[in-house]
Each structure stands twice: as C-alpha cells, then as structure tokens.
Ligand binder design. Structure first.
Ligand code: ASP
Ligand code: MG
Length: 469
C-alpha cells in the first residue's frame, strides 16, 4: 500500500493564493498514491498572534487582545471568502470559526481574571491556529473536486502531559491513528490533519512544540507505515548555508538522517528537531519541498546518502553564546573538578553546547547561551569556593558574543585534511579561532569564533569545503 503524508507549513497556507496552490499540489499527486494524508500548520503568523493574545490577557490589556482576536477572525473570513465559493461550505465554516473565536475570547478572559497563563492553558490557546485552519484547507480541497475531511489531531496523537513540548506515546498513537484515519483512507478521502496539536490520554490538549507540525507529519508517517513524508515549505529545500549570509549557498539534493540531525541540533530551522525520530526507525524517506516552486525536486533525507569522501554538506551557526573558562594551575590532577563544574552548570538549567579541556588540565572551557552566563558563573563560584580561596582555581570568567560555526557532512568521517583546510581558510582570512570541537561521530566539526567574524567564517568555510568540494 503506497501512502504519502504531505505537510504544509504556515507560509504554504498563509494566503488565499497559497491555499489554492496547496490544492493544486494535492491534486497533482493524488493519483500517484493509494493513500494520501495532508497535515497543515496554522496560517502564517497566527500562532505568534495567539501567544501574544495570552500574554496581553495576563497583563490585563483587554482591548489589545480583543483587537488581535478580531484580526484573526478577519483573516479567517478573508481567506475563506477567497478560496471557498460554495455557499453551504461557507456557512458551515463561518459557524465553526465563530465557535473557535468565542472560545478563544473566553479563554483570554479567564486568563485575564487569573492573571496568569499555565503551559496547559497556552496549549489550548495555541492549538486554535491549526484547529481553525484544517477545516478551511479541507473545504478548499473539496472546492477543487477532491474528497477531503478535516481531522483534529487531538483525536489521533496521544502524548504525555509535558505541555508545550509534549512527547507522543507510540503504541496508543498508532492505534488511534489507524482507527480514525483508516476508514477515511479506505474510502479515498484525504484527511486534513491539524499539525502541532495532540492530547493526553485524558483528552487534555497538548502541543508538540513550536514548529511541531513537521513532527506531526512524521508521527502519522510512522503510525501508518507511510512510504514517504513530504514537508512543503517556502524554500527550495535544505540549503548548504543560510543564503542571507552566504550568497552562493545552494540546495542539498540528498542528506542522510545523521547529517540532518546535526543540522537540526545546530539550529537550522528546516525541520522540527524531533521530526526524524519516528521515521528513522522505519526508514521512511522525508522530502523537503517548496510550495511555490513545486516542480523543483527539493531535498531528500534518507538513511544514508552517498557519502562522498571529504564532502562537507552544510554549514550552520548557533549565536548568542558565551565561552566560560574555569582556570587555575591547581586544577591539574585533581579528580572531580569537571564533574563538579558541570553539576554546577546543570543546577542552573543551562545547556552546554560544546566542551573542551586542554591536556595540561589548567582550564576547562565550555559554551553556553549568553542568557544563562551570570547564573552559571555564580553557581560555579559557590561550588568552588574552597578551591578559589586556595587559588587552586584562579578564576571563572566568560567571553561573550561568540558563535559556533559547524561544518556538517557524513563525508567528514575518516577523511583526513578537512579540518586543516578549514583552519587554513580561516587563517588566510585573518579569522581567529577561539575553540574547536569534533564529535566522535565525526559528522561535524565545530569552531568557535567571535560574533563579528562569524559571517565571514561561514563564507570562507563554505567556499573552501563546499563550493570547492
Ligand atoms: N503553528 C505552529 C507554530 O507556529 C506549528 C507549526 O507551524 O509547525 O509553531
Ligand atoms: Mg516549520
């Protein structure tokens, strides 16, 4: 049984024309697959607006949140009037929108009364974007002569209660997805499923985290043993670098799961970082395609891409970081300093992105988000009070405004010389390398540079190891 899951992101359903474009894409692939499932995000900007409504409600700004709700309402109706011509469909949708909008105002009002919004409350509010959009897209598809039906993923995806970033419970989800979707699919009806949204076993709404519709598509792909998952977005695929920084960045035709995991980890905003989890095990290929350039193939993500020796696939950055150094001659040979340092970091809830220690053992360096630096330094200083007073540790300090630039590529494995070429390119351009790290997976090399040199570092590395191959 060939099954395709297609997910359309916020910009793909961001306007009436975009929704029509979605219709023609679905139309043109419908015949090629025995079963087709569509997953949709909220319309562009709606999730942000919903979050803003909740925040304004907390602050008691009733006029302001009411006017944002009205804006969402107008957006819904404007899109509906443009894409749906059937009178009965319009009436039904309009009634549905009114219900959601009334619900949304009621939630905001209760947030205002309570003066706070819980993560659970936030999920109920943010889920509205997808829940309003799926019926609209389903009606638009029907308008193009397809049989389609909106499905609320709260009926399909069962999660724990980690509100705002809930984790799916695999077996129950699989069971529900099959129970709910199979009857539609066997009648050749295309389910149009809300992305991002899920529910606990008790039916309380949850969400999968910002950008979570990709994850929804992958979860459905897993549950239905799909042949492929396609995520439609507004770019041609995964790029070798951010094209706003590296002008000659290009689309990567094929990427392996492990390469894209490094990219997701290192902040490439292509896919929700959890997207690959459900599909890796079942080896389901995932394509990233452009709604506005549908004839372009896009990027295919598969178990193992042909790893060309020495090939770097992409360059990414993580910004707003600081490098913390714990240094002192008395650290040499004292066991437990590293463990205590990182325990102190962990107590602040800071995530460590990179660690290095020289073999002289006179310093430990690590990179953390700048917003966590103050707390982390205080926490280490109090942990090391004794060592500091004895001068075994001289100081704990941070260098702000640094960036991690990472080169990712399966071809880095067992290929000598790549790191050398990267450093020469940076050296020739006069860029100072502050620290380096390579994971033992050898799918990436990371280099720490100063913020003001990061863009140039990206361009140099891109030129040296991607364009020159
Ligand atoms: N609408 C949600 C968000 O903006 C989920 C998604 O777009 O994938 O984060
Ligand atoms: Mg997205």
């Amino acid at each position: 049984m060939s099954t395709l899951i297609m997910k359309f992101g916020g910009t793909s359903v961001g306007s009436a024309e975009a929704i029509e474009q979605v219709g023609s894409i679905v139309q043109s692939h419908n015949q090629d697959w025995e079963q087709l499932v569509v997953v949709v995000s909220a319309m562009r900007g709606v999730t942000d607006t919903l979050i803003r409504c909740a925040e304004l409600a907390v602050q008691g700004e009733e006029d302001q949140y009411q006017s944002l709700i009205e804006k969402i309402n107008e957006g819904n109706h404007a899109a509906m009037e443009e894409v749906i011509s059937d009178g009965a469909e319009q009436q039904q949708l309009s009634a549905q929108f009114d219900e959601y909008i009334a619900e949304l105002s009621a939630y905001c009002r209760s947030i205002q009364v309570l003066g706070e919004v819980t993560p659970r409350g936030m999920d109920t509010i943010t889920s509205m974007g997808e829940r309003m959009n799926a019926p609209l897209v389903a009606a638009a598809l029907r308008g193009q002569g397809l049989s389609a039906q909106a499905v609320d993923a709260a009926q399909l995806i069962v999660t724990d209660d980690s509100f705002q970033h809930a984790n799916p419970i695999e077996d129950e989800t699989r069971k529900k997805v099959r129970e709910q979707l199979q009857p539609l699919l066997s009648e050749s009806i295309i389910p149009v499923v809300t992305g991002f949204v899920a529910a606990t076993q008790d039916g309380i709404l949850t969400t999968l985290g910002r950008g979570g519709s990709d994850f929804t598509a992958a979860i459905l792909g897993d549950s239905l043993d799909a042949s492929e998952v396609w995520t439609w977005t507004d770019v041609d695929g995964v790029m070798t670098a951010d094209p706003r920084i590296v002008a000659n960045a290009r689309v990567i035709p094929e990427l392996s799961f492990s390469e894209v995991s490094e990219l997701a980890y290192f902040g490439a905003k292509v896919l929700h970082p959890k997207t690959l989890r459900p599909i890796i095990e079942r080896d389901i290929p995932l394509w990233v395609k452009n709604t506005f350039n549908p004839d372009f193939a896009g990027t295919k993500i598969i178990r193992s891409s042909p790893s060309i020796e020495g090939k770097v696939t992409a360059i990414t950055t993580i910004r707003d970081l600081s490098l913390v150094t714990v240094e002192g001659r008395g650290m040499l040979g004292i066991p437990g300093i590293a463990a205590r340092t990182f325990a102190a970091v962990a107590r602040q809830g800071a995530s460590v992105l990179m660690i290095s220690q020289a073999s002289s053992e006179q310093s430990i360096c690590f990179v953390i988000p700048t917003k966590t630096v103050l707390g982390v330094i205080q926490s280490i200083e109090s942990e090391m009070e004794l060592e500091l007073s004895r001068r075994d540790i001289d100081r704990v300090w941070a260098q702000p405004d640094i960036v991690i630039v990472t080169a990712v590529g399966a071809g880095l494995r067992n290929t000598p010389g790549i790191a050398g070429r990267i450093f020469s390119a940076l050296g020739d351009a006069g860029i100072n390398v502050i620290a380096i790290a390579q994971g033992s997976s050898e799918f990436s090399i990371s280099i720490v540079v100063a913020e003001q040199e990061a863009d140039e570092a990206m361009r140099q590395i891109h030129r040296e190891v991607i364009l020159n191959g």
